[in-house]
Design a protein around this ligand. Structure first.
Ligand SMILES: *Cc1c(COP(=O)(O)O)cnc(C)c1O
Length: 478
């Protein structure tokens, strides 16, 4: 027998606790985990093994490590290695009711776009190679014709996102000069993208005209001087000014700018390539209409209503887009091949407008009939109720979805879902439920409103994503 140790001093309760000497050396642990080392290599497994043993040693020194845990070391190490290899970026289930949710990655890619990314990203491709001549090509050429066809533009280019498109457009057309914007359109989009700051970053001097609620044609006319380089319109995508208001639309503003020899640029934010009112959705300005109205440059996002990857689309006159393309900042903001492939495939879907509502997930989700969503809510109700009872009560309710991403901010889409309330009526219990949902293998994200956790089912096209996890949820709540 060994000499009396601490476990004896502390009495029988400590007998089943491990001492530091009960822990194996790292070498022995790695030998016991030979298949794991073969699979993942020495570096990662050894690093995780060392961290695991350090943590257990600390607990053993504190007399808090059950001896039984020592026997499960190989399994614990395998779990740690697996956890380290799991990406932090994961698929979640969006039951927030916001279809284009910026925090949840915005638009879902269409199958065609996914296929194209998969087919091209592991292979060399003709991103900047002209297959007809065998010489260097320009990535813009792969997409410019299509964008011009869809919007009626003379020229088009794409950059990393719409914020980059706006920055680049202003820099290329108004650097060292003045750019005129209505006070009613000095928007903040979030993530520190504020029009006055963008102007400054682009090297243009902002000239504000009009007032918050009213701006008139003469306000623009009076602000134009020899120092002016550009007139800018910004779609107030994430708010609405109501009441005693006046603004100058593009069709009125274009001749004013052009008479002074100035280009007119409009930032649509989301924009939409098709008239959404065809599907009963609130209308969003179309780039094609803005070009017809006389805009020289129109910018819009790739991953909002367009339903594609993150990208900034710039369409307009040959002259203005040419200046933008030649501006040195363009190279720093260019679109990478990965979203490029997805964007081209997404845009090609617009050649078949009749099929768009099936092909484009964003449009499919936005146009999903409320009655269909309500039927799904009624169908899922018993299963969900069984998983969360008795701590929570569940009912099927009518809800209001949002389009999201600043598109059509005040419009709501009739939707449906499940409302969960805590039997004890406490907000903290509801928070615990929200946490349990976020901790599921595929995290489920709902929203808490008026002491209810709401699961809007508009974006749940595959109910099994929820139902297959209800067993885990039940256990977590037990
Ligand atoms: C969303 C938005 C932007 C930024 O677009 P990103 O693609 O997110 O960079 C710029 N302007 C307006 C008006 C917007 O709504």
């Amino acid at each position: 027998m060994t000499a009396p140790d601490e476990s004896v001093v502390h009495g029988s309760k400590a007998q089943d606790k491990a001492a530091p000497k009960d822990l194996p050396a790292l070498d022995r642990l790695l030998r016991d985990c030979a298949p794991l080392v073969v699979e993942h290599g020495h570096t990662l497994v050894a690093a995780e093994g060392r961290a695991l043993l350090d943590a257990l040693r600390t607990r053993a020194l504190a007399g808090q490590l059950p001896l039984a845990e020592v026997a499960t070391l190989p399994a614990a190490l395998a779990a740690r290695v697996a956890a380290r290899l799991q990406p932090s970026m994961r698929a979640v289930v969006n039951l927030t009711g916001t279809v284009i949710h910026t925090n949840l990655g915005r638009a879902l890619l269409a199958d065609a776009a996914l296929q194209q990314v998969l087919a091209l990203m592991g292979s060399p491709n003709n991103l900047e190679f002209d297959l007809a001549t065998g010489s260097r090509g320009d990535r813009d050429e792969l997409i410019e014709g299509l964008l011009c066809e869809l919007t009626g533009a003379e020229a088009a280019t794409v950059v990393n996102n719409n914020a980059a498109a706006v920055l680049l457009g202003i820099a290329a057309l108004a650097r060292g000069k003045e750019a005129i914007v209505s006070r009613g359109e000095l928007v903040e989009i979030g993530g520190a993208f504020r029009m006055p700051d963008v102007m400054a970053a682009a090297g243009a001097t902002l000239v504000e005209v009009g007032t918050t609620n009213r701006t008139h044609p003469r306000d623009y006319e009076q602000a134009i001087t020899p120092r002016t380089g550009l007139v800018v319109k910004v779609h107030t995508s994430n708010y609405q000014v109501q009441g005693f208001t006046a603004s100058v639309d593009e069709a009125t503003l274009a001749p004013i700018a052009h008479r002074a020899g100035l280009p007119l640029m409009t930032d649509l934010g989301s924009g939409a390539l098709v008239d959404l009112s065809k599907w009963g959705l609130p209308p969003e300005p179309l780039p094609q209409a803005m070009l017809k109205a006389g805009c020289d440059v129109v910018t819009f996002s790739g991953d909002k209503l367009l339903g594609g990857p993150q990208a900034g689309l710039i369409v307009g006159s040959r002259e203005a887009v040419g200046r933008i393309r030649k501006f040195p900042m363009k190279r720093a903001l260019r679109l990478s091949k990965l979203p490029f492939a997805a964007l081209e495939a997404t845009l090609r879907l617009y050649l078949r407008p009749e099929r768009l509502v099936q092909d484009l997930p964003t449009l499919r989700l936005l146009t999903r009939p409320a009655e269909q969503i309500a039927a799904l809510a009624r169908q899922l109700l018993p299963e969900v109720a069984a998983a969360v009872s008795p701590r929570f009560a569940v009912e099927a309710v009518a809800l209001q979805s949002q389009i999201g991403s600043g598109s059509l901010p005040v419009e709501r889409l009739p939707s449906a879902g499940l409302a969960l309330t805590a039997a004890d009526g406490r907000g903290r219990t509801l928070e615990a439920l929200a946490t349990a949902l976020r901790e599921l293998p595929r995290p489920v994200i709902g929203r808490i409103q008026d002491d209810r956790l709401l699961l809007d089912l508009r974006c749940l096209e595959e109910p099994t994503l929820l139902t297959s996890q209800l067993g885990v949820l039940k256990e977590a709540l037990a």
